[in-house]
Design a protein around this ligand. Sequence first.
Ligand SMILES: NC(=O)c1ccc[n+]([C@@H]2O[C@H](COP(=O)([O-])OP(=O)(O)OC[C@H]3O[C@@H](n4cnc5c(N)ncnc54)[C@H](O)[C@@H]3O)[C@@H](O)[C@H]2O)c1
Ligand SMILES: O=P(O)(O)OC[C@H]1O[C@H](O[C@H]2[C@H](O)[C@@H](O)[C@@H](O)O[C@@H]2CO)[C@H](O)[C@@H](O)[C@@H]1O
Ligand SMILES: [Mn+2]
Length: 444
Amino acid sequence: MKKSSIVIAGGGSTFTPGIVMMLLDHLKRFPIRQIKFYDNDAQRQETIAKACAIVLRERAPEIEFSYTTDPQEAFTDIDFVMAHIRVGKYAMREKDEKIPMKYGVLGQETCGPGGIAYGMRSIGPIIEIIDYMEKYSPNAWMLNYSNPAAIVAEATRRIRPQSKIINICDMPVGIEERMAEILSLPNGRKDMDITYYGLNHFGWWTAIHDKQGNDLMPQIKAHVAKHGYIVNPDNHAETEASWNDTYAKAKDVYAIDPDTLPNTYLKYYLFPDYVFAHDNKNPDHTRANEVMEHRERNVFAAANDIINKNTAKDCAFHSDEHASYIIDLAEAITFNTNAKMLLIVKNDSAISNFDPTAMVEIPCIVNKNGYQKISIGEIPQFQKGLMEQQVSVEKLVVDAWINGSYQKLWQAISLSKTVPSVSVAKNILDDLIEANKDYWPILK
Ligand SMILES: NC(=O)c1ccc[n+]([C@@H]2O[C@H](COP(=O)([O-])OP(=O)(O)OC[C@H]3O[C@@H](n4cnc5c(N)ncnc54)[C@H](O)[C@@H]3O)[C@@H](O)[C@H]2O)c1
Ligand SMILES: O=P(O)(O)OC[C@H]1O[C@H](O[C@H]2[C@H](O)[C@@H](O)[C@@H](O)O[C@@H]2CO)[C@H](O)[C@@H](O)[C@@H]1O
Ligand SMILES: [Mn+2]
């Protein structure tokens, strides 16, 4: 069986340990001969890497491991680039979230003006990593889950249209696991066959069946109509309060279109007033602060504990099983499994009454030769209208980045469903330009 060589771009990520542990859990179906880490922050990466080196030494000594900030070292002799970089790290995420709130607009990692700012930071470095991959390992695939995936996907379609990059997201995976829990399915989401469409962080399930073809939507809808995606809290004690708020709010998002089941991210676009009022109770403490106080602190504490003890025995690193969709993807490409997966891909005619150039999140069949899109057909006016507005925002952001255009970025922020007026958009934009002066292209 082929043994793959992967580089994790963003080795210092809080998700890296969970992904490494998950990779070790799936070696039988996806054998690995080499793992490398690549990051542009040597110190941050070194802490995660030294801990993961101990994990690998103890649990998979046959896997060659290294870490580097040198692109040639990182991207040579690679089959897959698994990319999860956060350009500007949490310090910039905090600004993405807090600057819009100064002007009465919700602040979010990937949605609204925060997501637009994040997108403007991310395009250049993602293209840079694609170019490294193509220079040093021209036959490799890039499996990208760096956010904001929607803007990154549109930018890579426009700027590197021939590149072997697939953009993915784990939000549908997480929600589907909750749906499977509602139904008490023995094998979780893998017992479901789903149809879904939308943009990244902006989609709907339209059909869910079990493997015998029975319709599972009525039972899930009955639950969501009462509880949103909150399921058995005893099984989710680790879920943070803000995430539970999001899962619970799905109840109200569902109500606007009971023919479908919503992605949780739609709350930011359908209830921007509610989100702002909720978050503005504590405007100095946003999600970025929560993550820095919880996930980032816990992951680095666990890493330092492993390093200090020089063993990963009984360590606090946990396998990120819901990230196993990344293995599903790499396995499908490597071993031609024809797995059905949600990918963020160019629409063409999959959604027949929507922009063929849009990057849509739809089910695809994945194999050694890439992916085939599953046809969705016509979508209803409600979703079509919402998606046309949002995809135009994403396209205008990429226009702004490519052309260094202040006007296009002002239009993008003005067009977002989360922003009330062009004057508010301009105030937010001018603050974001100042905050991002080390990351964005100069806008004229
Ligand atoms: N697609 C999804 O569904 C999904 C799910 C979870 C997280 N994510 C994304 O994964 C990424 C990592 O998340 P995190 O919370 O662990 O972030 P993090 O800040 O903990 O780690 C990101 C790492 O990327 C590195 N980095 C930044 N710019 C870089 C560059 N130009 N080249 C190389 N490395 C660079 C940073 O130094 C850091 O070590 C984020 O983009 C996040 O939004 C996506
Ligand atoms: O606020 P964060 O950094 O905790 O999460 C933001 C990310 O949220 C989604 O990923 C979730 C995943 O969907 C959920 O199931 C959980 O397990 O963890 C992930 C990270 O928290 C979303 O898909 C990502 O794009 C966001 O970055
Ligand atoms: Mn996502």
